[in-house]
Design a protein around this ligand. Structure first.
Ligand code: NAP
Length: 246
């Protein structure tokens, strides 16, 4: 087990990539704190983690709200006394062309995807600095590196995550905290299920490995970045995209 007795906080852990990450970290021996805006989904995750013999704390928290994030980190520390790993995974899309994009669509995506990641990173930074160790893994997207029509808000939020990752990596390195980002391509989840079949076929044809990614493809990299094997890696953005963006 590569993460025995570490404590990992995963945001948006109720389904999709976040759920896969929480389960993969637990399988490697970590205890889990999982937050989501939907507590029902988290109950299923909790049952699976407990079956593996690990502890889990599930919390309803909206990452875009500073007070809810602070409360979440306080509860996590009360239960586990430390947080070794933060995975900033919670994210949404509100797609529209720029000329049609409402202020609300812009704000919602930036608030959850970018400010949410900042809120969580800030809240765990102090306890991690005191411990003189920590791993922060931010889920960005290849869209933040290459842009995408109809996703100006999402692409901006994910490009912002990359800037946040590199700045935090430089600020926190001297305290033993590594900060990295993962940029998935198209992964099979509810987020991509919403795309119509023609778009999915077109996208797949542009991927050298000729398939959409699986949630475990992202979760496996999170486990590696959280493990001792990745101790000399910080400030990186690693793509998991079947070769789509080279
Ligand atoms: P998903 O299936 O929609 O899951 C996102 C999770 O985040 C859901 O459980 C959602 O809760 C939760 N969430 C939404 N807003 C939240 C908030 N304000 N506070 C806390 N939790 C919140 O999406 P996914 O495909 O697994 O995506 C996970 C991450 O990977 C996102 O950051 C996404 O941008 C990124 N990503 C995904 C892909 C892809 O192809 N799927 C590609 C690149 C990057 P509800 O269940 O209540 O909605």
């Amino acid at each position: 087990m590569r993460l025995k007795d570490r404590v990992a906080l995963v945001t948006g852990g109720g389904r999709g990539i976040g759920k896969a990450i929480a389960l993969a970290l637990a399988k490697e021996g970590a205890d889990i704190v999982a937050c989501d805006i939907n507590l029902e989904n988290l109950k299923e995750v909790a049952a699976e983690v407990e079956k593996m013999g690990r502890k889990i704390l599930i919390l309803k928290a909206d990452v875009s709200k500073v007070s809810e994030v602070e409360e979440m980190v306080k509860k996590a520390l009360d239960k586990f006394t430390k947080i070794d790993i933060l995975v900033n995974n919670a994210g949404i899309t509100r797609d529209n062309l720029i000329v049609r994009m409402s202020e609300e669509e812009w704000d919602q995506v930036l608030d959850i995807n970018l400010k949410g990641a900042f809120n969580c990173l800030k809240a765990v930074a102090r306890p991690m600095m005191k411990q003189r160790s920590g791993r922060i893994i931010n889920i960005a997207s290849v869209v933040g590196m290459m842009g995408n029509p109809g996703q100006a808000n999402y692409a901006a939020s994910k490009a912002g995550i990359i800037g946040l990752t590199k700045s935090a990596a430089k600020e926190l390195a001297s305290r033993g905290i590594n900060v990295n980002a993962i940029a998935p391509g198209f992964i099979k989840t509810a987020m991509t299920e919403a795309l119509d079949d023609e778009i999915k076929e077109r996208l797949t044809s542009q991927i050298p490995l000729k398939r959409l990614g699986e949630v475990k493809d992202v979760a496996n990299l999170v486990v590696f970045l959280a493990s001792n094997d990745a101790s000399y890696i910080t400030g990186e953005v690693i793509k998991v995209d079947g070769g789509m963006l080279m």
